[in-house]
Design a protein around this ligand. Structure first.
Ligand SMILES: Cc1cc2nc3c(=O)[nH]c(=O)nc-3n(C[C@H](O)[C@H](O)[C@H](O)COP(=O)(O)O)c2cc1C
Ligand code: SF4
Ligand code: SF4
Length: 274
């Protein structure tokens, strides 16, 4: 099948989704000799745009997994603002070594409902937003080598397509989609961390980086220690602060992080669907 345009489309608060999506897109672009365009909808200003694609486009579309699903703040935007018109799509989700549950099948379904044809899909592992040790530094070289081999197979599949497929690629997950994963404490009781917001210690130099990177636009530019609006716990501000001034000290949040770090320390491997 002739491909005219390739897009890397993603939300990525701490950069793991961006790394895998852009790598796949750039490799497909190089193989098919088509330049790659990027749509990064991480920041609130970018989530005002509508994007329309067409037959002959390949769209590598990535989101992180939040509570086993597409992040709930993104779902209405993705459902309402991307029109496929028979463009080929590759849904990709990044998860923090626990599980991706129904995130990939949910993303595949939303893209298909929007007129994309998902021809491949993948769940990769990224350092957990809440932690410095859970899946630390992933996706790493081993993951990226897997992504490279997978992308070579995608290129072959696209080149051998003689017509637009009717059915989307089969991926793991439950359909109907299950409810979101509920965070637990050490005793296995549900914990509610919805209202938790990062705090700021006195090493803050007021550089404003956290204000710029917050996907919710929730940090006060006049006083970066103040988070007056909603926080999705993406931890972009915590991980990107140059002086490590941002931190979470909520007891329930820390207990849930401990549960994750203890219970999901094994190395999960990427899952690929073609
Ligand atoms: C609110 C929230 C919920 C999360 N839920 C899950 C989850 O259910 N399973 C999992 O393995 N990782 C989960 N994670 C971790 C992220 O999926 C993971 O760190 C991902 O690589 C982050 O992507 P990014 O770097 O593109 O922001 C969650 C992270 C956040 C912030
Ligand atoms: S990124 Fe860190 S140092 Fe810079 S304003 Fe935010 S909290 Fe302060
Ligand atoms: S304030 Fe909340 S939503 Fe904004 S960057 Fe920090 S963790 Fe993410």
């Amino acid at each position: 099948m002739a491909i005219q345009r390739i897009y890397a489309v993603y939300f990525s608060a701490t950069g793991t989704t961006e790394k895998v999506v852009c790598s796949i897109a750039n490799q497909i672009g190089a193989a098919l000799k088509v330049s790659v365009q990027t749509i990064n909808f991480t920041l609130p200003g970018a989530r005002k745009e509508h994007h329309t694609f067409k037959k002959g486009d390949v769209v590598i579309f990535g989101t992180p997994v939040y509570a086993g699903r597409i992040p709930n703040i993104l779902l209405p935007y993705i459902q309402g603002s991307f029109t496929g018109n028979d463009a080929l799509a590759i849904p990709v989700v990044l998860y923090g070594n626990r599980n991706y549950d129904d995130a990939l099948i949910e993303l595949r379904n939303v893209l298909f409902e929007n007129g994309f044809i998902p021809v491949a899909g993948a769940a990769f592992i990224g350092e957990h937003s809440f932690s410095k040790t859970l899946a630390a530094n992933r996706p790493d070289a081993q993951d990226m080598a897997i992504a490279e081999r997978f992308t070579a197979q995608i290129v072959e599949k696209i080149q051998n397509l003689i017509a637009t497929p009717i059915e989307p690629v089969l991926v793991n997950g439950s359909d109907p989609i299950r409810p979101r994963y509920i965070p637990r404490d050490l005793q296995g009781n549900p914990v509610n961390i919805l209202e938790v917001k990062p705090k700021t210690n006195d090493t803050c130099v007021k550089c404003g980086l956290c204000v710029e990177v917050c996907p919710m636009g929730s940090i006060d530019s006049a006083d970066p220690s103040n988070v007056p609006r909603a926080c999705i716990k993406c931890c972009a501000c915590v991980k990107k602060c140059p002086t490590a001034a941002k931190y979470n000290d909520d007891e329930k949040f820390l207990e849930h992080r401990h549960v994750l770090e203890k219970g999901y320390a094994r190395r999960a491997e990427p899952e690929l669907f073609l």
